[in-house]
Every structure is written in C-alpha cells, then in structure tokens.
Design a protein around this ligand. Sequence first.
Ligand code: PSV
Ligand code: MN
Length: 395
Amino acid sequence: MTDMASIKTVLKQQRIETPSWGYGNSGTRFHTFAAPGAARSVWEKLEDAGEVHRLTGIAPSVALHIPWDKPSDGDWGGVSSFAAQHNVQIGAINPNVFQGELYKLGSIAHPDKAVRLEAVTHILECIDVMKLTGSKDLSLWFADGTNYAGQDDFRSRKHRVRDSLERVYTALPDGKRMLLEYKLFEPGFYFTDLSDWGVALSHCQALGDKAQVLMDLGHHAQTVNIEAIVAHLLDEQRLGGFHFNARRYADDDLIVGTTNPLELFCIFVELVGAANDPALSSHTTQVAYMIDQSHNIEPKLEAMVQSVVNCQEAYAKALLVDFERLRDAQSSGDVLAAHRTLMDAFKTDVRGLLEEVRVEMGAPADPIAAHRESGYLERVTATRGTFEGGGGFPT
Ligand code: PSV
Ligand code: MN
C-alpha cells in the first residue's frame, strides 16, 4: 500500500489491548519494587487503561486476569460499566490455574483427576465472567510441565490436556473464542505440556474453529524465526492473537519493540501480507493484538503508552512495504532487491505520519509528552500513594 490516505485509514483502525497486570506493581523473583501511583485494584487498572486509550486513541480494551481482578462483591456488570465510564471495554479473560498449591504437578495435565476438575471448573467460571463482561476471548496459558525426565508420562499428559480442553471448548458459547498460548519452558524446566506452536495448533485443530493459537513473543527458543510461525498460523487460519513484549534472554516481558524492532516489523509485514490476500483477509481481522508485559522498574503508564506507540510504528512501516516490488524481486530470485524493499520500509521514519494520524483521531500528537505534561501520574499518586505490594505479575 503506497497511497497515504489509505494507509492513514488503516492505521486508524489498529487496536492494541493492554493487560490489567501491566498497571500494577510487578517484579522478579528477587524483588518487587513499589512504583509511585501504581494501580492497586481492578478499578485503578481500568482508570489507567482509559488514560492510555485517551493518549493513544488505539487501546480501547483491557485484558483481565482472574482472580487477580475479581471485584470483592463479584459484580462483573459493575466492572464492565466502570470500564465503559473510562472509555474502555473488557478484553480477553485470563484464568489463573498456576498459583494454587494444588497445581504443583500441573493443572489440566495433573495426574490427579480432582485437580484437573478444579482447574476446569475455574476456567468454566471464567467463561461466565466473559458472558457478564462481554469479553470475546478466553485466553489460556498453562504452567503445566515437568522438571525431570521420567517424572510423568508425556502421552498420558497429552490426553489429560485434550480431555480438559474439550470440556472447556464445549462450554464456550458461539461468538466466543479460546486462545491457546504456548511456552517453551518455565516454570517447567524439562518439559511444558503446551511447549510450542505445533502442539498448540494440533490441539486447536482437534477442538474446532473457535480454538486459535496465541503467540507470546517471549515464549520461543532463542533465534526461532517468529515471523515464519506467524505466516504459517495465518495460512492455517489459526492465529488467534499475540501477547506482545520483548526479550533478550528468556521470557523477559520487556517493552515490545525495544530489543528487536526488526522482528516486530517482520511480524507486521506477515499480517499486512495476509490482510492483502483475499483468502486470508477475513481471518486477519479477528487477530487479537494484546500486550503482555511486566513493568518492573519503569513507570507503568508511560511503559504502556510506549508499547502501544511501538506497535503503531511497526505497523505503519509494514504498511509502507511495496509488496508489488517485493513479489517481483522474490519471483525473479533477486535476493538483495527483495531484502532492500523490506528494509526501505523498515528504515522509513513514520513518526510524522503517526502524529498526523493521532491528531486526525483526536489524540495527542505525542502521547508520551502529553502523558508527562498531563499531571495524571502526580494526581493518581496523591490518592494511591506508593503501594508496597503486587498487582501485576509475578509478585
Ligand atoms: C506466562 O508467562 C504469561 O505470558 C501468560 O500469558 C500469562 O497469562 C501471563 O504471562 C501473565 O501471567
Ligand atoms: Mn503471555
């Protein structure tokens, strides 16, 4: 796409979902630092998400983690209306089947049927939360895995996972999806039950169309070509969504686009390429773009605004790729012309274009500067103080 008016129109339709847990204090296993003004409750997280949406214009939904975000009175309707008052809606619902003592040996793959049932029951309750909040996506990540060779039987675990997922899938109403997230390692260090995209994909294909794969950028082995996985999942029409973040070493949960901007750009190039393909364009419209980060030392709100802006920049650059020139170079075997065509777009400074897009959408031209000048952090710090405790992940 090279026509600027069309590029602007498409950029205005971009949506990035922010995670409630990114607004609260979070830490490493060494320490959780207390950030002035960090959100302490679901209400404060929704307020902050509303502010990120006001600043960026493209972050109108918030993913919730249950039970971290469960209101004390259990009134989910109240959560939805509070969100609406702050111009955001409830996005993906993330069950938590990894923090209870009972989950030491797993949740849906646990050898004990009673534990598996408890995990499934919690996920079914999360489907009820979806119904009450209007959420469309059930976002599933399992910490299930093992630490030692021989600890448990791989195939039995696979059957337990499949059986549990089938119970959940059956309860999923039409119009709602199950997003299945995979992760190479951690907390299991020998094996994880949903270790990679292939395992997640095979479960999704067996379950049905409402089951889609969720890719978290931090959940692969070093050097894995993530954009190629994106292409494959798109082509299979099974890419449900992303958890955006960045890493250098493991699942670092740093701000997306900071350590490897080229990778993020290449991911968006695959998405734009698929959106231009009539066979895949409708599939690409349902991909959920979510941030999943742990802001340990950085100010939470500014980190979130920066994350959204980084996704916006990567997308804008991907939209600038001259696909006609690229396909010509590819089909004629002109390796370096093809590469340069991509890099031309990657090296383009899109900041001016995005300022125009934001202003036309009624958002500030520079969301970071606007945030710093707004006094929002000072205001919320005056009421929230500096809370010594969790709210994010891990705590
Ligand atoms: C696990 O590392 C993960 O990426 C999953 O998406 C969780 O839902 C999220 O972190 C927060 O615990
Ligand atoms: Mn994730």
